[in-house]
Design a protein around this ligand. Structure first.
Ligand SMILES: Nc1ncnc2c1ncn2[C@@H]1O[C@H](COP(=O)(O)OP(=O)(O)OP(=O)(O)O)[C@@H](O)[C@H]1O
Ligand SMILES: [Mg+2]
Length: 274
């Protein structure tokens, strides 16, 4: 069983891992994110304080901490994790601080910007998948923006090795793939489904499986084919509409297999970058 540790009172100055916590950015499902200053260098960073240990320790499987794994990577579209640790029972991860918020799909970006954002997510996924990891929680709130217009994938709470056995269903309704909802074995095509949802929302301004409540969203994800994006946005290139629909296919075997295949289609559209 993971150990539960109390979250600090956000009003109190607190030190952890050589950092002084400054402001609470957000209290989320798995812990809280704070802006903090590295007392040795003066650099501002973000620190995630976990409600539970982020490492899995299932009997018979090697210990796995997704945040530690990410700390070993260096990719321009994956948020940099500077370190992880545990102090007085409080597990934490230190990462680069985004001051530009997260992707907001309720505001439709111009098409070239939407494609640039999707390409950045796909580059991050390509890197994670090449390292044998699936993210499993691609959604706007986990896509951080930086002042140089760069997007970085964040929140590795659900990430796991590609060949890990199926677990109980976990993810974000509206972005989870059908196989994720059903607790079936998962591979990188599950992340491509979630990316398809994000891209659908960016180019149409609508959620493909939007419904009234979680059970309606789950029902639609499993059984309803959403309207083609080109029907909602007549000026959209047909090839783009098609590849988004292909990403949202219920059966993984009918989707593109790799992030690189998806990138190749986006590149072939020759839509300018922004
Ligand atoms: N490095 C960062 N810099 C700035 N803000 C961040 C950073 N990481 C996360 N945040 C903010 O905190 C929010 C929650 O972070 P995260 O997704 O890691 O936690 P969570 O517990 O999964 O929360 P949620 O349930 O909202 O997904 C993000 O949506 C974002 O607004
Ligand atoms: Mg999150």
């Amino acid at each position: 069983m993971p150990t539960q540790s109390p979250l600090p009172d956000p009003g109190t100055a607190l030190h952890i891992g050589g950092l002084q916590l400054r402001t609470l950015i957000k209290s989320g499902a798995t812990g809280s994110i704070h802006a903090a200053v590295d007392t040795a260098t003066g650099r501002m960073v973000a620190v995630k304080l976990f409600n539970h240990s982020p490492a899995t320790a299932d009997p018979g499987t090697p210990r796995y901490n997704p945040w530690e794994f990410i700390a070993s990577l260096n990719h321009p579209n994956i948020v940099k994790i500077f370190g992880t640790g545990c102090e007085n029972g409080q597990h934490y991860a230190i990462m680069e601080l985004s001051s530009s918020g997260t992707l907001n799909t309720s505001q439709q970006p111009p098409l070239p910007r939407a494609i640039t954002l999707a390409r950045q997510i796909l580059h991050a996924l390509d890197h994670l998948h090449a390292h044998g990891q699936i993210h499993l929680d691609i959604k706007p709130g986990n896509l951080l923006l930086f002042p140089d217009n760069r997007l970085k994938v964040s929140d590795f709470g659900l990430m796991r090795p590609l060949r890990a056995p199926a677990t109980r269903p976990m993810g974000s309704p509206g972005f989870m793939s059908p196989e994720q909802i059903m607790g079936l074995p998962l591979d990188q095509r599950s992340d491509l489904f979630s990316l398809g949802v994000v891209l659908y929302r960016m180019v149409t301004g609508r959620s493909p499986f939007g419904g009234r409540g979680v059970s309606d969203i789950i029902y639609r994800t499993l059984l309803i084919t959403p309207p083609q994006p080109a029907l909602l946005q007549p000026n959209l290139p047909t090839a783009l509409s098609h590849v988004i629909m292909q990403a949202l296919t219920k059966r993984p075997s009918q989707r593109l297999t790799h992030a690189a295949d998806f990138l190749a289609v986006l590149d072939s559209l020759e839509i300018g970058t922004q």
